[in-house]
Ligand binder design. Sequence first.
Ligand code: ADE
Length: 250
Amino acid sequence: MRFHVLTLFPQILDGLNTSITGRALDKGVLSVNAVNIRDFTNSKHLKVDDYPYGGGAGLVMQAQPVCDAYDSIIESIGKKPRVVYMTPQGHTFNQKMAQDFAKEDDLVILCGHYEGIDERALNLIVTDYVSIGDYVLTGGELPAMVMIDAISRLVPGVLNNEESARTESFCDGLLEYPQYSRPYEYKGMKVPDVLLSGNHGKVDEWRHEQSLERTKKIRPDLYERYVKEHPEEFETGSGKNNLRRNVDET
Ligand code: ADE
């Protein structure tokens, strides 16, 4: 998958060159093409922003360099891909959106700074408005990196087998169960015995119960959705009904 990031601060994207995304970039499964919007300004002084019409604080990124930078991408790839504008006014990013974007071969991500981007540029090029949460950051680069990371791990070949298997067990809409590693006892706290039992069935059951319990407590909205989507697990008389009882008793 190819990401094309329109930005005034391309160096911020260097953070993707490490860990799992870094490995995928080295392998060529992913590419991140950071396009510097300033390289496309027609201004003698390399200006890319100006005062807002109507007054007010801050500067607005002008339409011309943004649209010309976008045109350069269209020209180089020979098609019009989706263009995501990172903005607190967008739809809140989630796993389902990550899955949807991961189907694209090319994705353009537009990062704003200052007081935003001239509305005409947005109307001309943007297909999706996306926020990473209800808080305001100084620019769209960190949100773009969050989105690239979440999308990348869904692209075939980015995660190795072990990492993919882990992903599958967590995409059921529940929070992750607790994990433990050596030593068996740390500051008086022991690892739950079931994890040392060698009984994989029991371990899976315990982990699922922990996931349910945690989700119910921390994210009741996700828990309710899970219950609705898995009625068979909670039916009276079913073998798995114990799960419900355990969770409700906590
Ligand atoms: N730019 C500034 N804040 C943002 C946010 N919360 N999400 C996406 N883009 C942003």
